[in-house]
Each structure stands twice: as C-alpha cells, then as structure tokens.
Ligand binder design. Structure first.
Ligand code: GLA
Length: 723
C-alpha cells in the first residue's frame, strides 16, 4: 500500500510486514526516512529536525547539508561526498547534478522495464508502483524513481529512469538503489563469493568506516561475487534480527556495498558497475537502470531468504515451467565428454529410461568441427561424422523411447577456428590494435551488435525448428576481457558492456517467447552467472560444475541465501567425483541433489544393480516430494559453513508435510548426541515420521536426535502432520 502524507510530505510504502518511507525536505530534496518493521503510525515530524547540526558542513539545503542528510538518490558534485547514486557529465565538462522533487504518481500493478528483466505483477496482486519525478533544472535532466510495492510478498522493487531533455549529457554512474540506513552502528555486511566450482560461499564482515564493496568487472555477474548484499545487525542470526537485502536483477558488471559515514549512517547501494561504464544521452534520450529488489526482514537471514525465494519463484521466473514439475534430465557431459556418436546417445537414453529419467540432454560436441574445445563454436549445424542421421533423427529416436530430447548451446562465444570467426572477425569483442586473449580457445561475440544477435537468433531457431528439442542448456564459458566494439564510435565504447547485456536479453526474450514449450536452463561454467536477470528468462541454472555431494552442500546452501532450490539444477554423478576426486555414498549423492532440480550425469549402463535401484527409488521419491522442496518454505537449521553438518527443513505450502535433510560432511566416531530443533511447526499438532509420532512442540523444543558418528551420513526424514 502506498500512502502520501501531504501535510508532512512523507511517502509510506507498506508491505504486510515492512514499511519504507521517504520525505520531501523543504519542497526540494528527497530524503530516505525509514526502512524496517511495518509502522502503524506516521513518523514524528521531528525525525529529521533531531539530527545533530555538524560544524563545517556546507549548508546547501537550508539549515541542512546534503553531506549529512539521508538521501534517496544522491548525486555527484554536491556537498554530499559519499558514494553517489548518479554521476552525470555535461557538455561544458561539469559534473554537478542537483536533483529536486517535481511531482509523483501512483499506478496500479507494475510497469515493465523496457529491454530489461524485472519482477512483475499479475492480475489480482496487491502491487502498486510509485514514480517520483526529480529534476535538475539547470541541465533539464529528469530522474524518475520507481518503487513497486509487493504488499503480499513483502518486497519492494526499485529502479531509476534518467531522461535528458537538455543538451547532450553522459551518464557515468546510475545505481539502481541507494539507501542511507540511519543509525547503522555495529552492522555487518553479508555477500556471496567464490570462484569456479566453489560458487557462493557466505562472507560476513563488520561494516567499518569508509566504503566497502564487491564488484564484477568481467562482463557477467560472475562466480567471484553475486549481485546481492545484505546489511544486518551484528546480533542478527539465521532466524532473528534486522536484515536489509538488496539483490540486482542484472547479469553484467555490478557494484554493491556500504559506506559508513562518521555519523553512523551507512549508505548501502547496488547497481551497474560505474567502472568502464558510461552512456551518452542526446537530448530526448533516456537510460533505464536495472531493477534492485529490496527485502527487509526482522526474522534474520532465513526470513529474508524466504521472501526472495517466493518472489523470484513466482514473480520473476516466467513461462510454462514456472509452476509445473520440470524434466529430470540425464546429461551426457560427465558421461562421454567429447567422445560420442549418435548411437552412444541413443544407448544412454535407453539406459536412462530404466530409472525413470524423462529427458536425454546432449551436451557439448555435437556441432560442426567441435570434437574438442578448440574449434567449431559459432557454427551451429550438426557434425556430419557424429550425427550422420541428423538432430531430427536423434530427437525422434529418443522420443520413441518415451524421453524428451535436449541440447547444449554456447551461443555467446566463438572459437577462432570456426567459419563464423573466419567470415566475421569483427563480430567478436576486441580492442583495436591489441591481441584478443582466448580462454578455453574461445572469445566472446559482440552481442552489442544487432547483426550478431540476429545471426544467433536465426542459427538457434533453425536447429530448434528442425528437431523436436524440448530443453536447451544455454552455456557461457569465459569471462570477458579486452572489451570493445567495432560497431560503436569512440565516445560510446563505455556502453559496450551494458549493450552486450541488453543484446543478450533481447536474444533470450526472442527465443524464449518463440519457443514457449522449451525448458531453458542457464549455465556459465556452472554457476558463473547465477543471477535474477537470467532467472527471468530461464527458471533454472546449472548451479556448479562441481557435482561432489559434500561441496554441493555448501554451494547450494550459499545459493539459497537469495535463490530458491527450484532454481538450482543438481545432478547425481559418478565417484570418484570428476572435479575433486572425493568418494561419497550413492545415497548421499541422491539426497543432496533431490531438493534442487534433479538430474543425472551418469552412464546408467555402467551402474551397479544397487545404484540403478537407488536411482529409480530417488526419481520416484523426488516426484513425490518436489512440490515441498520447490514451493514450500525453507528453514536452514544447521550451516555447512559453520559445522561439519548441514540440516535443511522444507515445509509444504499447506504445512502438512515437513522434510528434514540431514547430511554430514565429516563425522566424529563416538561423537556426541545432537538434537536438531525444527522450526515453524504447529506445537499442538502431531507429526508422523515412519512409525513414530511426535508433537510439534517436542520437535521444536527437544529436537530430533542425530549422531554424526561417520562422515557422509545422509538422512531424509519426512514428517506428515496428522490432521
Ligand atoms: C561448461 C558447463 C559444463 C559442460 C561444458 C561443455 O563447463 O558448465 O556443464 O556443459 O561446459 O563444454
């Protein structure tokens, strides 16, 4: 609900449990006033007057200084010397922008963001959008701040549109959100960091005076950092305390962080990375920032995650597969790598059928001269030696077995040894006069160019049109460097990274709407581009190239800080694990993969009878439980980052079924008894688990006994409420 108190000039954005407030100061400056638990009453008019006067502060707003004020969208050049949200440069070389309030409007629902992925509202949702118009009168530069309030889902989506009505200007920085959190002494910053095969570990550190930030500079959101931060109370835990989350719906370079001022206010911000970014705006042109999703929770990190999960599952992911059970795939990669022909794939599918898999996915190596990773990327037609009967035939053979057929693509890349590169060397990103450094023998296509996007749309469409392909794995296996576009003039080279992402979004929008029955899965050497932007087009992501069950406990747990398990593709693979050599019991591999989107990277033909039987059982059990894992609420009870165990609890939407996933990374022989205290149950109801029955209050207060006496013990306990 959006309320404007016109006497005191305060905007209140209320969700079920939270309030976000802004105020207009002396008819001019837009201030951030409050973000936290839902308020029943208006703020005291003294909320701003109580602020201490600071000697030496330049008074550029009456008796106030922008350097001290909590600003809603700060600009460079004024007395405010903290990290600005907006930095513009004008024709005369000056860089001072001063924004003042003009007017505002409230609209029902949520307008789409032109060319960008974003959360959305559906008919019947209690979602409203407030658009506040600010203006720099001298430069005729207008900023429209947009706040969509998801009342039921407890989230606010923010973005900014900058419209230049003056002479030519250049935007050098335009964050999506910046929030001055008042009174932020003793707060922590939480973010998700890592590298290839160890994506999204949780980092938590104290916020100290000055600016602390995380960034991506590699052209995509990346495995090193994720476009998300949370600021929280020092005492905040998984289940208690104030947490302020900011997540960016964007897949390119980003910057996010918090700057603590000397007077206890932390400016938390998130948006496109200003480094190597600029955008020229001729008179009449506009720039739309990506969207930042803001979630406040008084119920700790877990409360924040549950809000993101539901919002991203239901109002970010789209299409046919948003709400229905998805495919259980068998992927050929860890099974055959580059050594296969069409008969190998049919045989893999035949064996996969025995365990109940429903989709056979042919990974890398099926096209043009691609028999190793040295050649062929960009040439999207069948390799005639490997697939002499063609993709159409192969898909039909797989279909005849009763399975769907899926295919791997890496559309954004080109091998230098390819027809595409020989014919169009300027279609790759490059800096004039410099060598372009390949990674895995490949360089990046220039998706900022329309003709490149058109070529990719046409090539992929022609494959999807000539074979019955019902699943696509969309891969992207290198970071960008030496970035430049031969299609843009010198003054627009700062636009290339962002235009690349806009090109990618255009290609994805076109293909996903042209092929609504195809389930698209995103991948970037595993989870190197696991972000909300990609989830808008593809509802699931290959979480990591690391399929080892122990490492996956941490990777999936860290990923779940923002993203739902329904978005994490998780496959059962062979041991010793191909990435890191660990041997884990088959049961643990099944149990760890099950809460995600289950699949296999196994040659079932090489499995033992016992493994085949367990795989079959896993598929059956998964089909019975996936609704709880994917649509229910997650409570993280024990962290694999802090202990030798991992315990997750999933509660079904109707609260009738509860699943406890208990896994041991490392055990202690003759170790202590442990009691896992469950959460959010009905204390007075009884829950049946196997042949035992417990009261909710017992499970929550006494707990479920577990002895972590051996490494790699894995238990999945199912509790059904007795009505
Ligand atoms: C990446 C992906 C893998 C596989 C290979 C194929 O590494 O993450 O799953 O598809 O590419 O080359």
């Amino acid at each position: 609900m959006i309320v404007f108190d016109s006497n005191n000039k305060v905007f209140y954005l209320h969700t079920k449990k939270t309030t976000y407030a802004m105020a207009i100061l002396e008819d001019k400056a837009l201030l951030h006033a409050y973000w936290g638990k839902r308020l029943k009453h208006e703020l005291s008019p003294d909320w701003i007057n109580d602020m201490e006067f600071r000697p030496l502060a330049p008074l550029d707003f009456g008796r106030f200084s922008t350097d001290m004020l909590p600003l809603e969208y700060s600009t460079f050049g004024s007395a405010d010397l903290r990290v600005p949200a907006l930095e513009a440069e004008y024709g005369d070389g000056s860089t001072y922008t001063r924004l003042e309030y003009v007017d505002h409007e409230t609209v029902n629902g949520k307008p789409a963001l032109c060319g960008l992925p974003a959360t959305y509202a559906e008919e019947g949702d209690k979602t409203e959008t407030l658009i506040i118009h600010l203006k720099d009168s001298l430069r005729d530069l207008h900023v429209y701040l947009s706040y969509s309030v998801f009342e039921e889902l407890d989230a606010i989506a923010r973005s900014a549109r900058i419209v230049n009505m003056g002479e030519c200007a250049r935007i050098n920085r335009a964050f999506s959100a910046s929030v001055d959190l008042i009174g932020t002494e003793n707060a922590d910053l939480i973010h998700l960091d890592g590298a290839w095969v160890r994506e999204r570990s949780i980092t938590r550190r104290g916020i100290v005076p000055g600016n602390q930030s995380i960034e991506s500079r590699n052209g995509c959101s990346g495995a090193v950092h994720n476009p998300f931060i949370a600021v929280c109370d020092k005492e905040a835990t998984e289940n208690r305390g104030n947490v302020y989350g900011m997540s960016l719906v964007y897949s390119g370079n980003f910057s996010a962080g918090a700057e603590l001022s000397p007077f206890n206010s932390a400016r938390a911000y998130i948006g496109i990375n200003p480094q190597n970014f600029s955008f020229v705006l001729e008179s009449g042109e506009s720039f739309q920032t990506p969207e930042a999703v803001l979630v406040y929770s008084a119920e700790g990190l877990g409360g924040m995650s549950r809000v993101y999960h539901k919002l991203y599952r239901t109002r970010l992911c789209r299409g046919k597969y948003r709400d229905i059970p998805r495919s259980i795939v068998l992927n050929s990669w860890e099974t055959t790598y580059f050594s296969f022909d069409e008969n190998t794939i049919v045989q893999l599918a035949r064996d996969a059928k025995k365990i109940g898999v429903d989709t056979m996915v042919l990974d890398d190596g099926w096209f043009s001269t691609r028999t190793t990773d040295k050649a062929g990327l960009g040439d999207w037609w069948e390799n005639p030696d490997r697939l002499p009967s063609g993709l159409g035939w192969l898909a039909d053979e797989v279909n005849k077995l009763g399975l769907k057929f899926g295919l791997w693509f890496e559309p954004e890349m080109v091998n230098m040894d390819s027809e595409l590169f020989r014919n169009h060397p300027d279609w790759a990103l490059h800096t004039p006069g410099r060598a372009t450094t390949p990674t895995r023998n490949q360089i990046t296509l220039d998706f900022s160019r329309k003709e490149v996007c058109d070529y990719i749309i046409d090539s992929i469409s022609s494959i999807l049109d000539r074979a019955n392909i019902e699943y696509v794995k969309w891969d992207m296996n290198r970071y960008m460097c030496e970035v430049g576009s031969s299609a843009l003039p010198a003054e627009k080279q700062g636009e290339v990274y962002h235009r690349y992402i806009l090109g990618l979004y255009h290609v994805l929008e076109t293909l996903t709407s042209r092929y609504p029955n195809v389930l698209f899965e995103s991948c970037a050497s595993g989870g190197g581009r696991f972000d909300p932007g990609m989830l808008y087009y593809m509802p699931q992501v290959w979480t990591s190239d690391n399929s080892d069950a122990v490492d996956r406990l941490r990777i999936q747990y860290g990923t779940s800080i923002v993203y739902p398990y329904s978005s994490m593709s998780a496959h059962i693979s062979v041991c010793p694990n191909h990435t890191q050599g660990r041997i884990t019991p088959f049961k643990m591999r099944c149990n760890v993969a099950m809460p995600g989107q289950l699949g296999f990277e196994l040659n079932i033909g090489n499995c033992t009878e016992e493994e085949i039987e367990m795989s079959r059982e896993t598929v059956k059990k998964y089909r019975e439980l996936e609704g709880v894992f994917h649509n229910g609420d997650l409570y993280r009870l024990v962290s694999p980052f802090e202990t030798d165990m991992s315990v997750l609890q999933f509660i079904s939407e109707d609260e009738s079924r509860v699943i406890l996933c208990i896994d041991s990374q490392r055990g202690l022989f003759n170790g202590p008894d442990q009691y896992i205290k469950m959460m959010a149950l009905d204390p007075d109801s009884q829950y049946k688990c196997g042949d035992k029955t417990y009261y909710g209050e017992y499970l929550m207060n006494f707990g479920v006994h577990f002895c972590n006496k051996r490494e790699h013990i894995s238990e999945m306990l199912i509790f059904d409420k007795i009505q």
